[in-house]
Structures are given as C-alpha cells and as structure tokens.
Design a protein around this ligand. Sequence first.
Ligand code: L34
Length: 283
Amino acid sequence: MRAELATDVAVLKGKGVTPGLAVVLVGDNPASEVYVRMKVKACDDAGFYHESVRLRTATTETELLTLLDRLNADSRIHGILVQLPLPKQIDSTRVLQSVDPRKDVDGFHPVNVGRVSIGDPTGFRPATPYGVQQLLLRSGIETRGKHAVVVGRSNIVGRPMAALLLQDGPGGNATVTVCHSRTADIGEQTRRGDILIVAIGKPEFISGDMIKRGATVIDVGVNRVDDPSRKSGYRLVGDVNFEQATQVASAITPVPGGVGPMTITMLLYNTVQAARQWAPRSH
Ligand code: L34
C-alpha cells in the first residue's frame, strides 16, 4: 500500500500538487509522542509537505482553535490531524468540529462521521478502522455474510468499525455485533464472531476460550505493560492473549506490527485523497 501511495504522490506532484499534512500534538503523552513521530516520518518517506506543531500541556482551547483557523486557511495543508487524547481543559468535541471537513483526514468531524455512517464514499474514513478493513480485504478474508464482533464502542475505532463493516460493498456486508463494558457475558458474544475485532485498551483481555475456532482476530489494542527486563521498562501487548489466540484462530494480527502501521498508512491515504480534491482535473 505504501508503494501504491508513492505512485499516487508522483501523479499529484506531476500536476503541481504536493500532499500536505499538519500534525498537531498538545502536551507530552508518551504514547502520543511515539505515534506522532511515526506519522511525521511516514510523511517524510512519502514525500509529503508536512508541518508538525507541538503545543505545551497548558495550551488553552482558544489557542488551539486559533491554530486550526490558520491551518484551515493554509493552501499548502490538505490534511489536519489533532492527536488525541487532548489535555482535560480542552473540549475535544469543539476542537474536532473546528477542523475544515475537507481537511479532516482523521474522519472525526461530525460531517465525515455522518458520511461514513450513511455509506457516502466521499467521507474520510477514520484511519484505524479503515486500516482494519484494508487488512481484511487484502488478506482475502471475506466479510460478506459473516458475523463480525467488535469489542469496544469508541468514536475512534469501535463505532466507525461497525459502520464500515455494515456498508454495502467489498469489506462490508457483515452482520455486526458491538460489545462494550456493559455487555452481559461478553464471551458469549465474542465466541460467535467469524471475525473478532478488539479495541478496548485492556491488556490481553480476550483469552483463547473467548474465540471461535477458525476465526480471524484483529487486535487493535496497543498497551504498555511493565517489563523490568526491557531497557524501556515496558513491552507492548494487545487486547488479545496472542499465545492462546493462535491455538484457536485461523488468522491474527500481531502487536506491535499489525493494526498500528496500517493506521499510519491509511492516514497517508486520506491525505492523498484530500490533496486530490485540490488538484486540477486531468480531463
Ligand atoms: N487524532 N488521535 C488521532 N488520530 C489517530 O489515528 C489516533 N490514533 C490512536 C490514538 N490517537 C489518535 C493513532 O494514531 C492510536 N494511534 C496509533 C497509531 C500508530 C500506532 C499505534 C496507535 C503504531 O504504529 N503502533 C506500533 C507500536 C508503536 C510503539 O512502539 O509504541 C505498532 O506496531 O503497533
């Protein structure tokens, strides 16, 4: 997919358009710093114009909104990403609504949420669930008529994931169950999934006995657990017990190296899509 992107970028540059992304990070959440660094590097590798803006933890909502006004008006910038979570004095909903929907490459603006919800292909699809859908499609895993069980109902992953799997078309047409923290007997639900997608942020929450034999398991969780034997002091584990799951599942994504890198790739895709909307038509 990165190679496909390189071709797309070359075509756009031939038309005088260099995809441009602004990455905004407020505060010093260590995981966010890692993700943002990876995104900026991916932009560099892909030949994008990019601007990364770091704001201190005490940034006011007004300061952030002023920055977004500037980025919304900047013609070099086709995509704007405000890394979440934001410090608590800032109202995330207001911030996400202040990104121009045409530059909302995260797909978090209500206009894009609505478009994805009604199956309008012009809406930006949030990078993580979009990446999961591409993983399934490009691994030849049929979703049509299958029972997909999504664990987690966040706005970033669970809800848009369910919307994408429900859409009519490739990577869609699944029967979808969404589980969450108030679901009674969650194992009873997860065991029904031909495709099990887990995004709840609880280390190794899904044990082998919660998985249907032969299922495809997509582990969206990236959790840091203490590990004194590592130089960093921690290691990464998913929301799924990988060892147990491999005994039961027919396919599974690892953590790290699974959904995370796909998320970054789809962010680049969405930025190219955004840039195309500004490029002169070839016919
Ligand atoms: N606005 N906020 C906004 N957009 C997003 O799309 C995100 N997300 C989530 C958190 N906040 C966001 C991300 O970028 C999660 N996320 C993300 C992106 C990349 C990776 C994980 C989460 C990733 O590449 N993880 C590596 C391991 C990285 C490490 O060493 O910690 C992996 O291989 O899974």
